[in-house]
Design a protein around this ligand. Structure first.
Ligand code: ADP
Ligand code: ZN
Length: 753
């Protein structure tokens, strides 16, 4: 199938004035209702084709909508249909195949089509701006980056606030219209800051005068036998085919991608590469640029709206041959797509957890199928969903079992926390290993998936624990600013010195990354310790900066969360210490084994990526748990096989399909009442084809002051599940119980809370 966009300008399109009955325009509008809205073409006789943006009257508002289709008729009499006010594009923004994806996404996730359409186009276009907007931008200057904002905040808090916003936005700052929505009185603070040369104002345009240049491509290493076999296998098919590239970290998956990308581009077609939220590192971009000799168009959350629009346009008009982006890039229109790649397919950031709860990986597969092109999904720890497809013979399973080049696989070792002395989270064994590796000039990574100083503040007298007043959760201790923070709702309060119940002193219990950092600094005073987590890398660009410094070896000990486990290549890293692996051992979620194995293998993969052999030390209080021998002796593959068997016998995904209906309300009874209605409707529609679990309280029943409940629908018959959801959605939208709650449908949920 050809996926060329229709570029016919409107003047060639018919004018409705010459036909007896102008078509009815089916318009998607960004409102939470599962339907299209009917409009008539504007009075000037133009007739916007599908894929064109229009401004329409909607109640008393004027909103931007997207024409999705033309129809001969409407359920409404013609004299009651309102007219489009304005046509915003001279040519369709989205082509036929892009509109297909919007409709498919809306149907599959049972999500309002107008909201899907809005998610599929860049923010500036969604707001109704022209395709080549000229925007006034304001930004912080270089001088502002080294300026003491805390001092300014005391004298001029508004100026400090503005400066903070601008610095967070990065080099291109913010366009003034967006800024005005955020801080209506920004002008005055801006003038004061401009007087101190801390901010500048300039014009930015979306049209790019120079198309991305082609440089010299450089050759990579010669592929080894496994890589070559995988490449040959992928090349041997034409049209749609999904391949799972299952290779340990450092096995050379990226090299295989590079060959495929360059061949596809040479054949004149475009490539879309999806990477996890924090996998889009300067390292990867540099490698792509250098090897392929082209500038990839990037799409990720670190860009300004204008930069994103620019990349989007380059992808759409075909100037960009290679598009690399995170989750939402899956919607990017392409002139002539030839190949999709999803790197780190197992990564949870591919699933959006709010609003439109889509999986970019699954949509990429669906889109590849629709376009009839190949897709390659790579991971060192493929999800059971993908492995199951391989077993069933739908996808091919290509293995790269050993590390490419000289690197050897790291050695995994378990430390029994019950048998070795430990202080502040570090066992003697791990502490000794750290000393050894540092002495041998190796870099060390200490992994703990808990940020903050300590996860709990507890009374030394009565054992009372500081809890969040808005959530069913404990407050995390943040030592630097002496505050308690809730990691679920973001609320914060000063540290309690004394227990509110008995008056004894409160003390922190357990370790977070900040406390671990302090302990490491004290214990290894001659080493440079660097913490990388979402607290230490809040400012835009600071994370890339920190990772680059770590890569250059400017830190001896890295301590951090999940963030450190993804896609980075630290050439000098030889030891990985996993401080607390037990968090996942007794999880209630049916995915907990798969997750724990993925997170350990991923972080372990950072060790020994060059000539020196890496070592991985895992601390656990439960060394006898059957999970450990499986992982240590059989690796991820063994854990995955066992988990797959368990899921087969319990009929969990991928052997069944799930949809989770969530509701939240200030009163618990409202949250439940809504789901009771839903359960009743489902019972009527299901005719025994679905299992209904609930309604029950969510595992964290209260969060940010709202009570949460859920209803889980399960079926081995995917069609039946979707049939029920299709009827359920509009019924729920119309039900009075829905007005008292916030609710959502999550198809293929990855988090069951
Ligand atoms: P992955 O994407 O699986 O983590 P990479 O493609 O990044 O692996 O490869 C890991 C390292 O091994 C890189 O430094 C890469 O240049 C090198 N490498 C990959 N394939 C080969 C090969 N066939 N021969 C020599 N070195 C290789
Ligand atoms: Zn909270």
């Amino acid at each position: 199938m050809s996926n060329k966009l229709s570029e016919r300008p409107l003047k060639h399109c018919f004018y409705w004035k010459f036909v007896a009955n102008p078509p009815v325009l089916k318009v998607a509008i960004n409102v939470p209702l599962s339907r299209l809205f009917d409009y008539l073409p504007p009075a000037d006789g133009r007739c916007p084709p599908p894929g064109t943006r229009v401004r329409v009257p909607f109640g008393k508002q004027r909103l931007v909508g997207l024409v999705v289709a033309h129809a001969a008729d409407s359920e409404l009499p013609r004299n009651r249909i309102r007219r489009v006010l304005e046509v915003l594009d001279d040519a369709p923004l989205l082509g036929e195949v892009d509109l297909w994806l919007v409709r498919f996404t809306s149907d599959y996730y049972h999500h309002p089509v107008g909201e899907v359409a809005a998610a599929a186009i860049p923010a500036l276009l969604r707001q109704g701006r022209p395709r080549n907007p000229v925007l006034r931008h304001v930004a912080g200057t270089d001088a502002a980056r080294h300026f003491d904002i805390d001092a300014l905040a005391k004298k001029a808090p508004r100026q400090a606030e503005l400066l903070e916003v601008l610095l967070d936005a990065g080099g291109n700052g913010v366009d003034v219209e967006t800024l005005a929505e955020q801080i209506p009185t920004w002008r005055r603070s801006f003038r004061a800051l401009a007087g101190k040369a801390l901010v500048t104002e300039f014009v930015m345009r979306a049209d790019d005068p120079e198309p991305p240049t082609r440089g010299e491509a450089t050759a990579g290493p010669e592929l080894n036998g496994d890589q070559q076999a995988a490449l040959d296998e992928i090349r041997s098919t034409t049209g749609f085919h999904a391949s799972i590239l299952d290779g340990v970290t450092g096995s050379g998956k990226t090299e295989v991608y590079l060959h495929l990308i360059s061949e596809t581009i040479a054949s004149g077609r475009q490539v879309l590469v999806l990477v996890p939220e924090i996998g889009l590192t300067p390292q990867l971009v540099t490698r792509l640029r250098k090897r392929l000799g082209i500038e990839p168009a990037l799409l990720h959350s670190g860009l300004s709206d204008l930069e994103r629009l620019r990349s989007w346009r380059q992808a759409r008009n075909g100037d960009a041959r290679l598009v690399v982006g995170t989750r939402s890039a899956v919607f990017t229109p392409l002139q002539d797509a030839g190949l999709f790649i999803v790197d780190e397919e197992h990564d949870h950031s591919f699933k959006q957890q709010e609003g439109l709860r889509y999986s970019a990986r699954d949509l990429a597969i669906a889109r590849a199928k629709h376009l009839d092109i190949p897709i390659v999904l790579g991971s060192a720890t493929p999800t059971l969903e993908m492995l199951h497809h391989c077993e069933a013979g739908n996808y091919s399973h290509l293995r790269l079992p050993s590390r490419a080049g000289a690197a050897k696989p790291p050695k995994l070792r378990i430390v029994d926390l019950g048998r070795t002395a430990s202080s502040e989270g570090l066992s003697e064994l791990l502490a000794e290993a750290i000393s050894e590796h540092l002495a041998g000039s190796g870099q060390v990574l200490i992994f703990l998936n808990r940020r903050g100083f300590a996860p709990t503040l507890i009374c030394s007298g009565c054992g009372h624990v500081a809890e969040c007043s808005r959530c069913d959760s404990r407050m995390t201790v943040h030592a630097k600013d002496r505050r308690l923070r809730c990691h679920h709702c973001g609320s914060a309060r000063p540290l309690d010195e004394h227990c509110g119940e008995c008056g004894e002193a409160m003390r922190p219990l357990g370790e977070g990354t900040q406390r671990l950092e302090d302990a490491l600094v004290r214990r290894y005073p001659d080493s440079r310790v660097m913490r990388i987590d979402s607290d230490s890398t809040q400012r835009k660009g600071s994370m890339d900066e920190a990772l680059q410094r770590a890569t250059r070896g400017e830190a001896d000990i890295l301590v951090g969360t999940q963030m450190l486990s993804k896609g980075h290549h630290f050439p000098h890293l030889t030891l990985v210490g996993i401080v607390n692996a037990d968090q996942g051992l007794f999880g209630t979620d049916f995915r907990s084994d798969e997750r724990l194995a993925q997170s350990i293998i991923q972080v372990a993969g950072r060790a020994g990526r060059e000539s020196r052999v890496g070592e991985v030390i895992i601390q656990t209080a439960f060394p006898a748990h059957p999970f450990w021998p499986r992982l240590i002796e059989g690796g991820y593959e063994r854990v995955a096989q066992d988990a797959l068997e368990e899921r087969r016998s319990a009929s969990w995904p991928p052997f069944s399909r799930l949809a989770l209906l969530r509701s939240a309300a200030t009163r618990r009874s409202d949250a439940h009442a809504f789901l009771d209605v839903a359960a009743g409707v489902v019972a009527g529609l299901a005719r025994g084809r679905l299992r209904v679990l609930g309604p029950v309280d969510a595992p964290m029943a209260r969060r940010a002051g709202r009570y949460r409940a859920q209803l889980l629908l399960q079926s081995t018959d995917r069609r039946a599940l979707h049939e029920v959801l299709r009827e359920l959605r509009p019924m729920l939208e119309a039900d009075p119980a829905a007005r008292k709650v916030r609710w959502s449908i999550d198809v293929d949920p990855v988090e069951l809370f």
